[in-house]
Write a protein that binds this ligand. Sequence first.
Ligand code: SF4
Ligand code: SF4
Length: 352
Amino acid sequence: MSVNLPVTNDHGFYEIRLESIGGLGANLSGKILGELGALYLNLNSSNFASYGSEKRGTPVKSFVRYCDVDKEIRINSPIEKPHILGIFHERLAGKIPVMAGVDEKTIVIVNTNEEPDYVRDHLKMCAGTLVCIDALKIAIEEKTRINMVMLGAIAKASGFITLESMEQVVKDTVGKKYPAVLPGNLAGIKRGFEEIVVKKYENDGKYPYQEYTEVKREWGYDNSPIGGVNTIPGSTVTNDLTASREGYVPLFHEDKCIHCGLCDTTCPDMVFQFVEGEYRGKPSMVNKGPDYHHCKGCLRCVEVCPTAALTAELERDHDIWKIHVRNKDLVVESMEFEDAGANSIVNTESGN
Ligand code: SF4
Ligand code: SF4
């Protein structure tokens, strides 16, 4: 017997859009939700994702459609007005227009440790039901991933996806492939289901409705420097990878650093800021530490450091923005940084 969808749009679809950054598992979440609909809820369902290079830090959208079994899903267009919007990291707001299409009928689920009123203001949410879940904290405590906690929260907020059905689809998919992490995944789903904080907002005029528009490429072949050369350290000049981290950062202990450069050659995003200086009385390039703006938290640098000058620490335990080295302080050539953030994440959607 199929579940009853609580609401559908004019085409008879119940639609979910997930907004995330590569590495947080939104693509997998969309696949799980798609499979859940067809195999466990006896609905028709479809899922597809939209992302650029399969790299941590690039924007990811995943779309899920459900409808009753007597109807077919024949469209593959992006979901513009979702019934559920999952935002896998609150810092996505302002980088890309994640709140597009949200109105009083939308349930917005956000991974955050903030209170709903603060989150509403941060997201500039015009109206709807706001669901806050501290998925990062739960994921760390249960040794699972943010996406598992978000799936639990989505199930609870939907009102028609049971905890049991969500647990079952995860057991049958991810659990078969990675049985060692199944207990943590199930614990994360359960806590996501149980620990959501919900608040409804009327359309009180505080923030306007945001229309859905495709984000166009900010930096491309026609306006980048010749050869696409990046003249400033960091993965791209404006790329903020903060939202890719899953709770941990490399902490730099300058007193232990021998300036060997291994972290620099290992880091895929050129986070470390080396400047001309002196080491042991001789001219040398010296490590000033990471620019956390570009760090995606993979911790490869911690693994490779021979002197424990880098340690993996919980980001919430340290005010890293006070200690990080911002590359604009170090580069010779100056560029505008502060205003670049709003549209800085290059959107390379495949659109399929
Ligand atoms: S690998 Fe460690 S010791 Fe070498 S430069 Fe990096 S932080 Fe310093
Ligand atoms: S964790 Fe280390 S290696 Fe990974 S992106 Fe950050 S600085 Fe680079």
